[in-house]
Design a protein around this ligand. Sequence first.
Ligand SMILES: Cc1ncc(COP(=O)(O)O)c(C=O)c1O
Length: 91
Amino acid sequence: MICSDDVYGGTFRLFDKVIQNNGIEFSFVDLTDEAKLKAAIKPTTKMIWIETPTNPMMKLIDIEQCVKVAKEKKIIVCVDNTFMSPYFQSL
Ligand SMILES: Cc1ncc(COP(=O)(O)O)c(C=O)c1O
């Protein structure tokens, strides 16, 4: 999995301390930068986890751009949009 490098602490702990111990490898990447996203994709990448706006830094990630990159590689994209809610943020 590729995950934003700035995510809610609970999310980071779940990925880093729990899920990672079950054979799923994570790369924590600055997803505001398309080149960094592309560079992080491996043949084994199955999912990109976006949080936008991020907690705590309020970084904004371009969901559409990430989805475009992901679709080319048949990778699932998940978006935690806790702050904006589906009412204010959708594709
Ligand atoms: C971005 C983000 N995701 C997830 C959560 C966790 O939400 P919940 O406690 O409803 O699972 C929070 C809580 O602050 C958050 O800020």
